[in-house]
Design a protein around this ligand. Structure first.
Ligand SMILES: [Zn+2]
Length: 369
């Protein structure tokens, strides 16, 4: 799963025209950059091709859970994976950048391990509640407990049905279990529910939850109109395109359509909005970035449709159409999910037909007009 969630997509359409108000500055490990008054940018390492995640600390004020007295502190948005280096970085931030104040609340935009891994540790350390959507919370519980593993036999069969038939690769995928719990060893036992269009009051200001689909079950971005800031999570990234995959658990999913529809909810934000993404640098120009992403996917979809006009293709056959570079097994796992997502958008939209061939493989060809 992590290969899919973290080693995201290839570089996408140029982002050079976006405005990066902090230039090339990046927070050091254990350090912060204040991107707006009371909004701190943290950057934690990841042991993947995508080597970092951005986290945010927002100055906050909340009633004490027992006494009801107002308490000054911080809300953390996202957590990093659970490993010694990330815990170390958090301890360093705690010692030097929290102004002696506690973390009062932990918000997770979604359940992926780079966002969720240390939620249990932060929540316990500070006796702070976890806030996230129900879809994400329940998916985290299931993935952590091994009920829904994103590797193992179901995933192997799913890939095989989409034309990936190299035995040694499939055995490697079958053996890949326990990946999520290795980075998310626990999930807090309770949470506070975030819902689409509800607002979260942070330091006296309203942050509206914007739901997002296609990347994860029920992602929540947070937008504060008063402050002109969007915490976009993984739903809007400046220089890579968000991973949008169909998984074995929902084999008929239309993840790419859901993702593109979700972007609509963010495309009317003003150009002045400071976007705080989970990967890459803070930027301005949300609408422009969304237009780039739409163009990027449109181009791939039209190439794919063209290729499927010439001959029926499986998702595995379609990989060279979508990915111009050679892929190793690790990269192939997320590329396959992306390939199925693109084919499904065209299939479920009526532009492709899906056939199950005698070899047990689904192939897609242009629909007869
Ligand atoms: Zn993610």
């Amino acid at each position: 799963m992590l290969t899919q969630t973290i080693a995201r997509m290839s570089k996408s359409a140029t982002s050079s025209t976006l405005d990066y108000p902090f230039g090339d500055q990046l927070p050091e490990s254990g350090g912060v950059i204040e991107v707006a008054h009371g909004v701190l940018w943290l950057r934690m390492g990841l042991p993947f091709a995508l080597d970092h995640i951005n986290l945010w600390l927002l100055r906050d004020r909340l009633p004490h859970s027992r006494t009801g007295a107002m308490q000054e502190g911080w809300t953390a948005v996202d957590c990093g994976i659970d490993n010694p280096a990330t815990r170390e970085a958090w301890l360093s931030i705690e010692a030097t950048h929290l102004q002696g104040l506690p973390i009062l609340r932990v918000i997770a935009t979604h359940m992926h391990p780079d966002h969720m891994g240390l939620a249990h540790w932060l929540c316990e350390r500070w006796q702070a509640p976890l806030w996230m959507s129900t879809g994400e919370y329940q998916s985290a519980v299931m993935a952590q407990s091994g009920v829904s593993n994103f590797g193992g036999e179901p995933t192997m069969k799913f890939y095989a049905a989409h034309g990936w038939n190299k035995t040694e690769d499939l055995l490697q995928i079958k053996a890949r279990v326990g990946y999520y719990p290795s980075m998310v060893p626990q999930v807090p036992q309770a949470y506070v529910r975030l819902m689409a269009d509800h607002t979260v009051r942070i330091h006296g200001q309203d942050w509206r939850c914007i739901s997002g689909y296609g990347h994860s079950p029920e992602h929540m971005a947070l937008h504060c109109a008063e402050r002109d800031i969007l915490i976009s999570g993984d739903m809007l990234l400046p220089s890579i395109s968000t991973n949008v995959s169909v998984y074995a658990q929902e084999p008929q999913g239309n993840a790419l359509q859901l993702f593109l529809d979700s972007l609509t909810k963010m495309q009317n934000l003003p150009d002045s909005t400071l976007v705080l993404p989970s990967h890459g640098r803070p930027f301005r120009g949300a609408a422009q970035r969304i237009a780039q992403l739409r163009a990027h996917h449109d181009e791939r979809l039209s190439e794919l449709l063209q290729a499927c006009t010439e001959k029926a293709l499986s998702a595995h056959d379609a990989l060279p159409v979508l990915f111009k570079r050679p892929l190793n097994v690790h990269q192939m796992t997320f590329a396959m999910g992306e390939s199925v997502a693109h084919l499904h958008l065209l299939w479920l939209g009526g532009q492709l037909q899906r056939e199950l061939h005698a070899d047990g493989v689904y192939r897609f060809k242009a629909a007869q007009s």
